[in-house]
Design a protein around this ligand. Structure first.
Ligand SMILES: [Fe+2]
Length: 322
């Protein structure tokens, strides 16, 4: 089977001509081709191509070993390797429910820019998102290439951030994140238990440290490895200086001129390289349905660690049920 790898702007590529429901289409040669395209382009888009859970799992395994999410609450009951991302119109029953106003529009399911699981010492390799029921209004997913973002930095800033490390701590309360988040973001309504849920998350996921600059293993290309969501401060730097620097860096990274926002159709799928790409969700109006499923590709780039090394022992016997 021959496929077309069609790059799109500002980055990413669409895979055309691959029948993902036919297991025979993913032979060793095709798998190599897909992995190479993924490393080259950062995100791969498959339009109207993933029609079943089986095909979703099969395509995921091309890029690595699937793993359940660290946040067990969102894993599918019948298949823990599938994460269910569902907004039911008018539903405020989730303990993490939050209604925001962003740029004058009301949205649920809004998520700021992040890489997945930056609150963990390991960083998962990637994720494959499949849209089952697209939102009739909005519900887009945004992607930014953090390798290209590094290239955009002035030389003086590249030198200044060389060797710096960033402390992360779980902060799912979007409105409390400070760097690379829109000034217009306001919390309008939330579940009464949301605050307590956030406290629990902070306890479950202790502070971790990640380098601010990494390199793509396959190419050596440098990556501006900042997750605006969950980031707290630069390790060892006085807070005013750290705040100013993170704000400056986030300004280069979270630049809408360099973002790709995907408007989903049913059975579209995108896999992103979580070591290179950050993503965000624009959310939907409160009365709009949206239903997607995601697999997470296992990985550890081995550059992260707990801020407090004793947490390794604590976590060894821990269960993360939420
Ligand atoms: Fe995410």
């Amino acid at each position: 089977m021959s496929i077309t790898v069609r790059p799109f702007s500002p980055f990413g590529a669409e895979i055309i001509g691959l029948d993902l429901e036919d297991a025979r289409s993913l032979d060793a040669q095709m798998q190599d081709k897909l992995r190479a395209a993924w490393i080259e382009h950062g995100i791969l888009l498959f339009r109207n191509a993933l029609h079943s859970e089986q095909a979703h799992m099969r395509l995921s395994r091309v890029f690595g070993e699937p793993q359940p999410s660290a946040v067990k609450r969102i894993n599918d009951e019948s298949n823990p390797y599938l994460m269910t991302l569902r907004q039911k119109a008018g539903d405020r029953s989730s303990s993490t429910f939050a209604l925001f106003e962003v740029d004058g529009q009301e949205r649920v399911g809004w998520l700021g820019w992040h890489w997945d699981q930056s609150f963990m010492p390991e960083i998962v390799r990637g994720a494959l998102l499949r849209m089952i029921e697209p939102a009739r209004i909005d519900g887009r997913t945004g992607f930014i290439d953090a390798a290209a973002a590094y290239d955009r930095l002035p030389e003086t800033l590249k030198q200044r951030i060389d060797g710096l490390e960033v402390v992360y701590w779980f902060n799912g309360a979007q409105e409390q994140n400070r760097f690379g988040f829109p000034d217009s973001l306001r919390l309008l309504d939330s579940h009464p238990d949301r605050e307590q849920a956030q406290v629990q998350f902070k306890d479950d996921f202790p502070q971790v440290v990640h380098p601010l600059v990494t390199a793509q293993i396959e190419t050596g290309r440098k990556i501006l490895k900042l997750s605006p969501m969950h980031c707290q401060h630069i390790l060892g730097m006085e807070s005013a200086e750290s705040d100013a620097l993170l704000e400056e860096i986030a300004g280069y990274l979270v630049d809408p001129r360099h973002a790709y926002f995907h408007t989903w159709q049913a059975d579209d799928a995108i896999i992103w390289d979580n070591w290179r790409v950050i993503h965000s969700a624009t959310g939907v109006p409160f009365d709009v349905d949206r239903y997607a499923q995601r697999t997470t590709i296992m990985g550890d780039y081995k550059l992260g660690r707990y801020l407090d090394p004793s947490q390794y022992q604590r976590r060894a016997g821990a269960r993360f049920d939420d």
